[in-house]
Design a protein around this ligand. Structure first.
Ligand code: NAD
Length: 253
């Protein structure tokens, strides 16, 4: 389905994993999609897949934690694809460690990408949404927001994103903009593969152990999250705002 005029979505961290699946899903839903990632060459792979399926997309290399790079990236999207009115703040990193071993750099990096990055992106994109009196913001939280051993930095950032989302919903609602949060549970991606590797567990054993704890008895897939993003950004979801939905195969983390 192609909307008219075609709306433009930005997905950060869209080079791989949840972001890549989301970018492809939004393109299939009819959006032109800008894929912003630290790794422009890998982001181009997502763009190629979208174009091969008949969609419109643009790869932009940028660090979401850097003000100038964010401003330049959003300006480029507006010029080359059109004014962005959908923003999916998905870029993420982990720097796990128990508190007594966590460095300032582990803390600052995680806060920088998730919190500062989502703030900078939302601030840069909101003017287009306000001008068009329509917008959709989706922020990626995590079940780790409820607390997770070894992740004081990440859990704090992901909990922070929930407060950020609710405040965006309050400030921007009168401009036709909704803001919502998705908190995934265990999803198969490079991020979780890296975690298994770091703790020295065989991947298949690690996934099987996670799946055992999940009521629907399977690990989450990137498409599970893309599907939820698709709902939040849809036309019909205009009365759903400031919400956090746990997409975790069950009620608990
Ligand atoms: N995989 C999971 O189980 C899971 C669970 C809960 C939440 N999440 C969240 O979902 C999001 C996506 O996770 P994923 O598993 O697909 O991760 P991933 O590691 O597979 O991909 C993350 C992408 O973000 C990009 N990125 C990192 N820092 C960036 C920066 N400063 N600027 C621009 N791009 C940057 C990376 O280059 C990468 O392409 C993250 O916010 C993550 O915290 C993931």
């Amino acid at each position: 389905m192609t909307q008219s005029p075609q709306r433009v979505a930005i997905v950060t961290g869209g080079a791989r994993g949840i972001g890549a699946a989301t970018a492809q899903r939004l393109a299939a839903d009819g959006f032109a999609v800008a894929v912003i990632d630290l790794e422009e060459a890998t982001a181009k792979g997502t763009v190629d897949a979208i174009e091969a399926a008949g969609g419109r997309a643009l790869a932009v290399g940028a660090d979401v934690a850097d003000t100038e790079q964010v401003e330049a990236a959003v300006n480029r999207v507006a010029t080359e694809l059109g004014a962005p009115t959908v923003l999916v703040n998905n870029a993420g990193v982990t720097r796990d460690n128990l508190l007594f071993k966590m460095t300032e750099s582990d803390w600052d990096t995680v806060m920088g990408v998730h919190l500062r990055g989502s703030f900078l992106m939302a601030r840069a994109v909101q003017k287009h949404m306000v001008e068009q009196k329509w917008g959709r913001i989706v922020n990626l939280s995590s079940t780790s927001a409820l607390g997770n051993r070894g992740q004081t930095n990440y859990a704090t950032a992901k909990a922070g994103l929930q407060g950020f989302t609710k405040t965006l919903a309050i400030e921007l609602g009168k401009f036709g903009v909704t803001a919502n949060c998705i908190a995934p549970g265990f999803i198969v991606s490079d991020m979780t593969r890296a975690t298994a590797e770091r703790i020295g567990e065989d991947w298949d054993t690690y996934v099987a152990a996670r799946a055992k704890e999940i009521p629907v008895a399977r690990p989450g897939q990137v498409e599970d999250i893309a599907h939820t993003v698709s709902f939040f950004v849809s036309e019909g979801a205009g009365f759903v705002s400031g919400q956090v939905i746990y997409v975790a195969g069950g009620p608990k983390a």
